[in-house]
Design a protein around this ligand. Sequence first.
Ligand code: NAI
Ligand code: MG
Length: 489
Amino acid sequence: MKEYQSFIGGQWVGSQSGKTFESINPATGEINGIVAEGDEKDVDLAVKAARKAFESGPWSSMAPSDRGRLLYKVAQKLWENLDYLAETESNDNGLTINETKMIAIPAAIDVLEFYAGMANKIQGDTLASPSNRFNFTLREPIGVIGAIVPWNFPIMLTMWKLAPALAAGNTIVIKPAEQTPISILELARLMQEAGIPDGVINVVNGRGSSAGAALSSHSDVDKIAFTGSTATGKLIMRAASNNLRPVSLELGGKSPNIVFEDADIEEAVNGSLFGIYFAQGQVCAAGSRLFVQKSIYDNFIDRFVSKVESIRVGNPLDPSTQMGPQVSEQQLNVIERYVQIGQDEGAKLVTGGRRNQSLGGGFFYTPTVFTDVSNDMTIAKEEIFGPVVSIIPFTDEEDALSKANNTIYGLASGVWTNDLSRSLRMARGLNAGTVYVNTYSMLDSTAPFGGNKQSGFGRELGIEALNMYTKTKHVWVDLSKEKLNWYGF
Ligand code: NAI
Ligand code: MG
């Protein structure tokens, strides 16, 4: 059995308490590895190591071009280990090997390359000032970043924080999710091998309520970056408020995906399938409320459901598998509870709605479709985070917009139409951080990603994210020959 320790100050160390926990492979229910379980004490050691590396290490004082060059070298190392990282992540969380190898890991490395290129493009301003003074701004790293990340895309969602943080000269402590402790440790190991100095990246596994809480309330962490549930986001914001530390929160969603009668129906069906079933529905931006215009409602559902029923569920490491297991037994239970509530509240269960027992001890569920859902049902309001779509009919643009925006969330949204003006009216009207037109769930390193309302705040990716990992310092230089003497002394 493989054992994993915490990664602190460039060293592999056991937990201070000596405690460990088992990491389960969701495809088999078997133990994947034994992992050191960190708590407050381990987090404190990691923060100290990150502080030391920030204050005295070579990282924050390195020439920005050198830092960028080193990050490119790290990215090259990750490309060389793409297959290994993809398999490790698939074993950790059950994503199919196609999802990790073709999407999640390459997207993560692309993000690293994007910010490697940004390292020497972080610049302040020379301000408009009179001839007797000189005012300029410096953009400086913030310091020690605390990153708390979830289990659905561990490496990618870590990289969204790690890459801009490192490019700007910060150091970081990462707390992975308890369900997926291994892939981020392997990422850190490879990054160290490629030359990242000790203490710049630290990884401590452990429970959210101990290690996570300790990191978010630590007085020597300068900024908290979190991706996960809205409920935990609120706890993190509260914890960070003790030290008044800035937080960025990328939380849950109940994103509307809207199909108009003038759309290409075949394309809309295919894109909407990806929008909800990609990563077994464990996507914060998932198009889990699928709005279909009444005039095409029956036709759309027929075509959608017949494709849903032919999705191949199975061993995530088999390249012909289209859907793997859910991440944990606990998530399976959540899904089952919501499917029951959906039926109790009168939605029509058209397909799925049960575990897939034929695949051994793994946490497999059958892709599920509810139709005749109304926007006020629980399954249209709450995030299920599984392969369950709620199809809701609508009449016209106004009806679609008012239903789509009637949610506590505001992460993503989709519009399928061949009417250019309509797509842009909808793009303006939708209250969400992202609007997809004639596609769904696409990401790009250049494109800011984040939510409105209870989906959080702050934008990851793109040039914009660098603002979350730098702070502005204004320098005022008095050039005048006659200096200020207000008191006339
Ligand atoms: P969670 O939000 O509780 O966990 C995410 C991370 O936060 C993990 O690293 C966890 O250890 C940490 N955490 C938990 N409690 C904490 C605390 N008090 N202080 C600091 N850190 C803490 O998510 P969980 O429980 O795994 O899943 C529950 C639901 O959350 C899912 O069903 C889904 O709806 C949503 N979720 C959303 C994600 C997204 O990408 N927006 C990702 C994962 C879950
Ligand atoms: Mg939780």
